[in-house]
Design a protein around this ligand. Structure first.
Ligand code: NAP
Ligand code: ZN
Ligand code: ZN
Length: 349
């Protein structure tokens, strides 16, 4: 029987979130029902409820950094048992047939992956995210939370963590790699910890001088303020990899000049509109620009397992449901150290 559960939704683009009730689908053959413990607030949630990237599906229940416990399972479920600690990230389905899906890159599914919210599932119904008490997800899109990780501090790993870890792995970050992290927010503070744990030498580039001590504590070797052009000039040619986690436009030419020969700019943060750069910024250093979209289910599991081994976790401020709108306002102002996480118990309070 479909389950009606409490949730918080944005009723219209840009409107404050408010309490509501939503229906989760029947538990199918390979579905698990997850009782949500915590959900992180990603800057993408803010972009989506404001319809920054085009019209969305409203009412919209955001949330794609979900941790919780399996409380029911369909008859064909193989990987999880009742009581297992699990997580759900940015996607909950894909076609499973295209070359990207077969290669384990389901976030790049040729038919478009099904996002955890603001998307339509294979039955045509809108998906609704983790600002709720329960969610039903096919076990193929569920990951296991290692015992060493707390469910609250692990939640941001489901999106922010894998989004920065995947390109670090793909680009071979490790001893001898010089990594710059641009923007010290939810993604950025995990990027610093992960790159440091992988053995790379990390520099934080931030508009916020007061974050220097945090950056060094999280594992950065150096910190530079982006508002000071002379500082950036001194760093020209210094990095093999630059992870851009800024939630707004950046000066691409200035960023590219920071890269060494063969260096790569990894675009993770989403600017408001198109970005421009001069091709000489690439040619004078055989540099590359690449984009990267969160991670596959396998990459997400690898991030969680790596964090369990190395002790990396998000630094969080836990909020109750009635403080979501305040948290959104603070996130928009950059006033968060370094991720808001919602206590899902408060959705039914
Ligand atoms: N590629 C993906 O798959 C993916 C996944 C998740 C999120 N994202 C995107 O990544 C971006 C960051 O997400 P987040 O959750 O980490 O956000 P966040 O916690 O708000 O952090 C963003 C950071 O960017 C910097 N920043 C913000 N506005 C700025 C501005 N106007 N000018 C210069 N710097 C600014 C700030 O760092 P400083 O104060 O240190 O400068 C801020 O802390 C968002 O656009 C989000 O949608 C992409
Ligand atoms: Zn996200
Ligand atoms: Zn596919």
């Amino acid at each position: 029987m479909p389950l009606t559960v409490p949730a918080w939704a944005a009723p219209a683009p840009g409107a404050p979130l408010e309490p509501t009730a939503i229906t989760r689908r029947d538990i199918g053959e390979r579905d698990v029902l997850i009782e949500i413990a915590h959900t992180g607030i990603c800057h993408t949630d803010l972009h989506q409820v404001r319809a920054d990237w085009g019209p969305g599906i409203f009412p919209m229940v955001p949330g794609h950094e979900i941790t919780g416990t399996v409380t029911a399972a369909g008859p064909g479920v193989q990987r999880y048992a009742l009581g297992d600690r699990v997580g759900v990230g940015c996607l909950v389905d894909s076609c499973r047939e295209c070359s990207a899906c077969r290669a384990g890159d389901e976030q790049y599914c040729a038919r478009g992956h099904t996002a955890t919210y603001n998307s339509r599932d294979r039955y045509g119904e809108p998906t609704q995210g983790g600002y709720s008490t329960h969610i039903v997800v096919d076990e193929r899109y569920v990951v296991r939370i290692p015992d060493a990780l707390e469910l609250d501090r692990a939640a941001p790993l489901l999106c922010a963590g894998v989004t920065v870890h995947a390109p670090l792995v793909r680009r071979g970050a490790g001893a001898g790699t010089r990594v710059a992290v641009l923007g010290l927010g939810g993604l950025g503070h995990l990027a610093v910890q992960l790159a440091h744990a992988m053995g790379a030498e990390v520099t934080v580039l931030s508009r916020s001088p007061h974050k220097r001590d945090d950056a060094l504590r999280l594992g950065a070797k150096a910190f530079a303020t982006t508002s000071d052009p002379s500082v950036l000039g001194d760093l020209a040619g210094s990095f093999d990899l630059l992870l851009n986690t800024v939630s707004a436009g950046v000066d691409l030419d200035a960023c590219l000049r920071l890269l060494a020969v063969d260096g790569t700019f990894v675009g993770l943060g989403v600017p408001d509109g198109p970005s421009a750069f001069g091709f000489f910024s690439l040619m004078l250093g055989r540099r590359s620009i690449e984009g990267s979209l969160f991670g596959s289910v396998a990459e997400t599991q690898r991030t969680l397992d790596f964090c369990a081994r190395t002790g990396v976790a998000a630094e969080i401020e836990t909020v109750t449901a009635d403080r979501i709108n305040e948290a959104f306002d603070r996130l928009a102002r950059g006033d968060v150290r370094y991720r808001f996480v919602i206590d899902a118990g408060s959705f039914s309070a």
